[in-house]
Each structure stands twice: as structure tokens, then as C-alpha cells.
Write a protein that binds this ligand. Sequence first.
Ligand SMILES: [Fe+2]
Length: 292
Amino acid sequence: MGKHPTFVHLTDLHIGDPDVVDEKLYSDTSATLARILQDVKRLQPAPDFIVASGDLTNRGDLGSYAELKRIFAEAALDIPVVWALGNHDTRPGFYQGMLGRTDDLSAPYDHDQVIAGLHVITLDSSRPHRICGFLDATQLDWLAATLAVYPDLPKLIVCHHPPSLDEYNVAMEWEAISCADTIRLRETLAGHNVIGMLSGHIHFDRVSHWCGFPVVVGIGQHAATDVLALHAGLRMVSGASFAVGTVRPSGLTIAFVPQPAERRELKYHSFADMLVLIATYEERRLAALAAG
Ligand SMILES: [Fe+2]
């Protein structure tokens, strides 16, 4: 049996132009991304692809996308990247800065590809000057047609905004895809072999069972939402993470990698040590059995 497909989930990179002072940038996101990409390089086997699920930049300007491109080029990873756009991005900035595209600059960046036997479908929930996510009828029609193209392949959905988990709670829809569009998305995805959805936006590690599959959200790389303060508001604290996904026949597994990864080692067990430990346990178990 071949290796299971694996990928890295990055989100909310919030890269800034180093030549521009940005008082809404709370941490050195360039350094965080560079460090994380070095961590990604250490993964064995190398992941099949990387997902960057939006808020690639903090301001959506060309200088920030140039910085994003520079950091990835410097990391010299030979791994395809699936880009999605978030509310901090701009379509013209992304198209020109990342893809060198010069026309149709305001079109949503919806796209799909088959990688490592997975059908990865990316939706653009960003809207200019809106925090909330939206998916219009044209996008959902495109999604419905795209879902039907490879009926036998497992599907991974990428979208910056996660769905509204409480579809009636319009007051909180700024943290998700709008309630109305969430309902339409749910109806469009129903019955397809979707193994998971990768999102960001809310800046904390969270896995939700929704529509029959996990919706995974990461802290991202800018600032972390203090989950303990969520009853009162958004308290942003330091911290970052990325995640490693593995797709088995049983479904999607996500392992979160908190940052910084260079935490103090308390104990190291090699796999050889583990085999010895297991044998010791087995000896004790058999001895206990024999003793009655
Ligand atoms: Fe963000």
C-alpha cells in the first residue's frame, strides 16, 4: 500500500510589506512564516502539498505579496501551494503580485486541482471591505459542477471563512460565511465525498463536525484569539500554529503543530525504546497472569 496523502495547512499568514509601517500588524509574521517553512522542510516524508487558507497578507497590497513570494522562494520548498483569499487580501493585489495576472482582477479566486489523489476545491469567500465571508450563486453553481467532475475522488474544501455553525445567529456571522450562504453551501456539499474543510479567519485551533465532515480552523501566524476570553470579546495574544493533515481510507487526521516548535524537550523516546518498553509491559502482564 502506498503512502497516505499528507499536506500542511497554513492559514492567516498576514504578511506585511517590510517597508511600510502597519500598526495593525501585531507580530513579525515574516519571521514566523520563514520559521514555519523550515519546520515544514523537516517533515518526513515531505507533504504532497501546502494549503494557505487566506489572509495571506495583512493589507492586500503588492509589497506584501512580494514579501510573501520572497519568503517562499527563500525557503526553496519543492511543494505545490494551494492559495486561498481572505478578508485581509485583495483580489487585484493577489492576482498581480502572486500570479502575474493582469486582467479580470476582481473575479473570485475559485479553483480546483487534483493532488495526491485528492480533489482540492478552493472557494473565495472574500468580499472587498467586508469581514464576513460570502459565496454568491455563481460560485455555488461552479462548486456544484466541480464536485461532479471526479465523483470517485475524496474532496478537500478550502475556504478562508468557516461555515456559520449556528446558521440562525446573524449577529455572529462576521466570524464565518454568512448564515444564508452557509445554508446554501451545506446544501451544495451534501451527498458528496467531502473529507474535510480547511479554514482560518478566527485565529484559534478548532475542529467542528459539520455537514458530516470536520471543519478545521487554525490559529494561523499573526495573533491568537484567547479562547478563554471569547465570552467578552476578541483578546488577541501571541502564538501561532500550523497543522499536518493525513488522509487515510478512514478519513482525515489533523495534527496541530504549535509554535514555537523549539520547545524544551522533557524526554525523548526513540521508536526502538518504545519497542523495549512495550516488551517490558508485556512481560509484566504475562507474569501477572501466571501469578493468577
Ligand atoms: Fe486573519
